[in-house]
Design a protein around this ligand. Structure first.
Ligand SMILES: [Zn+2]
Length: 60
């Protein structure tokens, strides 16, 4: 699936690691991409045809 290939190549805006899609649920077309270092998470919401981004701010 070309769209998914494109999505999996995205990088964390903080550390530039390639985002992983381990949390995705392909049955629901629910794609969650996250930084392996837990900086950042991006969720694709099919119903909205858009993304929700989460930045994980390190706790002090
Ligand atoms: Zn990161």
């Amino acid at each position: 699936m070309a769209l998914l290939d494109k999505l999996t190549q995205e990088k964390c805006p903080i550390c530039s690691e390639t985002l992983t899609t381990d949390k995705s649920n392909s049955l629901l077309s629910h794609i969650v991409k996250s930084c392996p270092n837990e900086h950042y998470e991006k969720e694709f919401i099919p119903a909205l045809e858009g993304y929700i981004e989460h930045y994980m701010v390190p706790k002090k």
